[in-house]
Design a protein around this ligand. Structure first.
Ligand code: FE2
Length: 375
């Protein structure tokens, strides 16, 4: 038995940053109270916890929302002279933190720092009557942060400093289950450095690459590389603009976010037809591909379990890889700046990201860019 463990040990040691998945996503927003209402009403989140003046936090307010395994934190500053105010002034509403579950937040900080990470939050231990939570944080692209959260000895609603809140308004779930992947947009020529950073600092691997020839339309182009941690629980595709006749959607994002940042959060569902129908009924706007997309759908993706009619009606996209197929659909940007949007994804074996849909999708995005005068 001892020999077995010692034989296994070098393999286990290879993953110097074991991750249990996404702990939470935090957005800095101009008005967290109203944003919380939007994400509850439109997407079916419910209140979980709150921090603000009533809990001893004087300079900001945070609402924590939950739906199945997804925790969304919406934070707004209460004063103008505050780093969060500066963040919102520059970027608008957007993702500040992609927090990751770890078994040891102190070690995660040490491992990544010694490999070159820029520190954001030195490891610290927070305690209250529910136990002990440890956290630390490092910068990734732009002003975006990865927080490492160790919560196995904590039983409270979210973390010390937050209190549970009950709210009479609890819209039902739309079937959103967990974060599938989070995509980052980086600047011109920044792809390779960012990929190398995830490899060197976080121990991730580049599992898929799309060059600008695979992702281009008549007008614009981009490149994409997918980074994954060892167990595949955390996947971060990275996009960089490429030269085209007109402005790429990534450039439009970089212009309006005024820097690098999170482009979209992909959320998994077990029943995309039901989820998308529900989201549309609640006012969520989705990108639409032309209806001729469905004319040769079965030629492109083969046999699928779903009826084609609801897919055509709702505009849901389908793609196949060697392992199976996936269904997906993308919202329009969730803010007035054309920056962050959400992808709804249902995987039926496929582990890829819908490359077969890129062209139809990007043409749909370009029609929106054109309307904004940004193509
Ligand atoms: Fe995606």
């Amino acid at each position: 038995m001892d020999t077995l463990i010692s034989e296994l040990k070098p393999q286990i040691d290879q993953d110097f940053l074991p991750l249990g998945g996404t702990d939470y996503i935090e957005l800095y927003v101009g008005n967290a109270k109203q944003a919380a209402h939007f994400y509850k009403t439109a997407f079916g989140f419910q209140n979980l916890a709150y921090a603000g003046p009533e809990t001893g936090v004087k300079d900001r307010v945070s609402y924590v929302l939950v739906q199945n395994k997804i925790r969304l934190v919406l934070t707004t500053p209460l004063i103008s002279d505050h780093p969060i105010s500066e963040h919102i002034k520059k970027h608008g509403d957007g993702v500040k933190v992609m927090a990751l579950m770890v078994n040891d937040a102190y070690d995660a900080f040490e491992q990544t720092s010694k490999r070159g990470a820029k520190p954001y939050l030195e490891p610290k231990t927070l305690t209250d009557e529910f136990g002990e939570l440890k956290m630390s944080g490092i910068y990734t692209y732009g002003e975006t942060i990865h927080m490492f959260i160790e919560r196995q000895n904590y039983n409270g609603p979210f973390m010390p400093g937050f209190k549970k809140i009950e709210n009479a308004y609890n819209p039902t779930s739309t079937g959103l289950l967990y974060i599938d992947h989070c995509v980052g947009n980086v600047g011109w020529g920044r792809m390779n450095d960012t990929v190398k950073w995830y490899e060197d600092v976080m121990g991730f691997k580049n599992i898929l690459t799309f060059d600008d020839k695979q992702i281009s339309t008549e007008y614009s182009a981009l490149m994409s590389k997918v980074m994954s941690n060892g167990n595949g629980y955390v996947k971060f595709p990275i996009n960089e603009p490429a030269v085209g006749k007109r402005k790429s959607q990534i450039e439009e994002y970089l212009d309006f976010y005024e820097g690098e940042g999170v482009q979209h959060i992909a959320i998994a569902t077990n029943d995309i037809v039901k989820t998308v129908r529900e989201l549309m009924a609640r006012g969520v706007d989705f990108l639409r591909v032309p209806s001729n997309y469905y004319d040769d759908l079965f030629d492109r993706v083969g046999k699928i379990d779903e009826d084609i009619e609801p897919l055509r009606e709702l505009g849901i996209l389908v793609d196949r890889d060697n392992e199976g197929y996936l269904l997906q659909l993308f919202t329009k940007p969730l803010e007035d700046r054309p920056t962050l949007f959400i992808e709804i994804i249902q995987r039926k074996g496929a582990k890829s990201f819908g490359a077969g849909n890129f062209k139809a999708l990007f043409e749909a995005i370009e029609r929106e860019q054109e309307l904004r005068g940004n193509l």
